[in-house]
Design a protein around this ligand. Sequence first.
Ligand SMILES: Nc1ncnc2c1ncn2[C@@H]1O[C@H](COP(=O)(O)OP(=O)(O)OP(=O)(O)O)[C@@H](O)[C@H]1O
Ligand SMILES: Nc1nc2c(ncn2[C@@H]2O[C@H](COP(=O)(O)O)[C@@H](O)[C@H]2O)c(=O)[nH]1
Length: 217
Amino acid sequence: MSNSGHPKDSGKRRGLMLVLSSPSGAGKTTLSRKLIEEFDDVNLSVSATTRAPRPGEQDGKDYFFRSVDAFHDMIERREFLEWAHVFDRYYGTPKADTVARLDAGEDVLFDVDWQGADALHDQMPNDVVSVFILPPSINALEKRLAARPGSTPEIVARRMEEAKREIMHWRRYDYVIVNDDLEVAYQRLRRILLVERLKRLRQLDLEDHVRQLLGEA
Ligand SMILES: Nc1ncnc2c1ncn2[C@@H]1O[C@H](COP(=O)(O)OP(=O)(O)OP(=O)(O)O)[C@@H](O)[C@H]1O
Ligand SMILES: Nc1nc2c(ncn2[C@@H]2O[C@H](COP(=O)(O)O)[C@@H](O)[C@H]2O)c(=O)[nH]1
């Protein structure tokens, strides 16, 4: 199904940056995929990373998989909106595209850690809407990490070790969703998107509309 979600099809709006963070394995990627499937004007920001692809992951779709040298070249060429060192690997958000998409009235979805969320908010405070995803329990988080394709006990242990540090940043976010039942969590996420689209500053044709109303009054 495709859906613009805008109440007035001709209405001009500025896109928003929907930034999702969570401890690894809580469900950001799963929720992001559902949002992109439903809304044709929501696009995923594809990050660059120096980690290896998981089974089924594609270069350019899930990530831009790069060598450490190539990643450093991208840093030097100032190609990132933000970048961070996460789980001993580099991850970065490319700048190209995002600004153009926002201006074109399209939303951009970011799946980044708390450092990335902070950096994106610092750079574009009026555009960022941040959502923290919590797991229903630590046990459930560990099971989800272990069940993911390509998982190993070492990867699970490393990510569980980091989970507490990531969760401690939950208060910095505009919204928090507990991802227990996937469908309930998804409905909450899509409601956040639809409401945030209605923020006054994002409805670009309101000035003209109100001027016209006042002229008619
Ligand atoms: N509500 C849910 N109930 C049960 N399993 C879920 C739920 N949400 C996600 N999962 C499963 O948990 C695993 C981890 O989810 P996902 O990859 O979306 O997490 P993530 O937060 O994006 O992790 P990372 O930060 O490492 O990229 C996946 O196998 C996914 O299918
Ligand atoms: N600061 C950034 N963090 C990012 C970016 N892309 C992904 N991430 C975060 O890294 C971890 C691990 O991801 P995984 O795909 O290896 O499991 C997770 O918390 C992501 O949110 C980025 O561009 N910048």
